[in-house]
Design a protein around this ligand. Structure first.
Ligand code: SF4
Length: 284
């Protein structure tokens, strides 16, 4: 384990494994006021900011077009699989014009590793043609324009706005939705309603990084089926503590990516990433 990984694991262990949390004790006494919930939510965000100081989008990209395409391809698969697929894709079709003119069968073959490759090839062709025909081959930098592109909803648009244009956005994906409900920040399940309610809790300037932190935490610690509560750095603030494994040793074994001493999802992670880069396609 590298030094940085050891530090991350140590920090996690230090914060983890409360027996009876202050939040749960308070919840047992009386319902939490809205103001108390907002304060707790902001504290969780601050704690996660320390733990995941290196949080970032987990798709490899070098420009807005690559990020847009990679985000569309990430439906129903992992960012790792997309990152392993896009180097060959962008080498073959570097611009929207190139991709819009691609031979559909060749494109499908390149996209095969991401699953649902026929539908994804159609999406990427439509998207590229729309960029070429309506936006001069450039990805637009506004929500209004982005959601007019085929296959692009608010979630994809927010990823692109937040990470390629520096426009704050909340990325309500499956991890984000699960975590904000476990934290008791909202009871909504519709992504648009979740986005609206969470936007009222945090200042705009936090939206993009909050999204990365929640998604990082969801992928590494607070998993859908087996959350690692006993190794969770924000357990003392979480009303859902106990939904997963509370034994610290067993919980630590559930941690993923750099938290579990394993490679991350990006083949080219940012320089401050404490884990190892992901292997290229076919290496595992
Ligand atoms: S459910 Fe468990 S793992 Fe998830 S945030 Fe709460 S304490 Fe942490």
């Amino acid at each position: 384990m590298k030094k940085a990984e050891e530090k991350t694991a140590r920090k996690t262990a230090e914060r983890a494994a409360p027996r009876q949390t202050a939040v749960r004790r308070a919840a047992a006494r009386k319902p939490e006021s809205h103001l108390a919930m907002v304060r707790r939510a902001r504290r969780i965000n601050r704690e996660l900011a320390e733990v995941y100081s290196y949080a970032h989008p987990e798709l490899d990209f070098e420009n807005p077009f690559q990020l847009l395409v990679a985000t569309v391809l990430s439906a129903q698969t992992t960012d790792l699989r997309v990152n392993q697929t896009t180097p060959a894709l962008f080498a073959a079709y570097p611009t929207p014009e190139d991709m819009a003119a691609a031979d559909p069968e060749k494109l499908e073959e390149l996209l095969r590793p991401t699953g649902f490759f026929r539908a994804k090839a159609r999406s990427v062709l439509g998207l590229s043609a729309a960029l070429r025909d309506r936006f001069g081959g450039e990805v637009p930098g506004t929500m209004k324009d982005l959601v007019t592109l085929p296959g692009v909803g608010r979630k994809t648009a927010n990823v692109v706005l937040g990470n390629a244009f520096g426009v704050p956005g909340l990325t309500v994906d499956t991890h984000f939705g699960r975590l904000v409900r476990r934290f008791g920040w909202t009871e909504q399940t519709d992504p648009d309603k979740v986005e609206k309610e969470i936007a009222e809790i945090f200042p705009k300037s936090e939206w993009t990084m909050l999204s990365h932190r929640l998604i990082f935490h969801g992928r590494r610690v607070c998993h859908s089926r087996k959350p690692a509560c006993g190794a969770c750095p924000v357990a003392p603030l979480c009303p859902a503590y106990g939904e997963g494994e509370t034994d610290p040793d067993k919980a630590r074994k559930l941690l993923k990516y750099e938290m579990g001493g394993k490679p991350g999802q990006r083949l080219k992670p940012p320089a401050d990433y404490p884990g190892e880069p992901a292997p290229p396609l076919g290496a595992r």
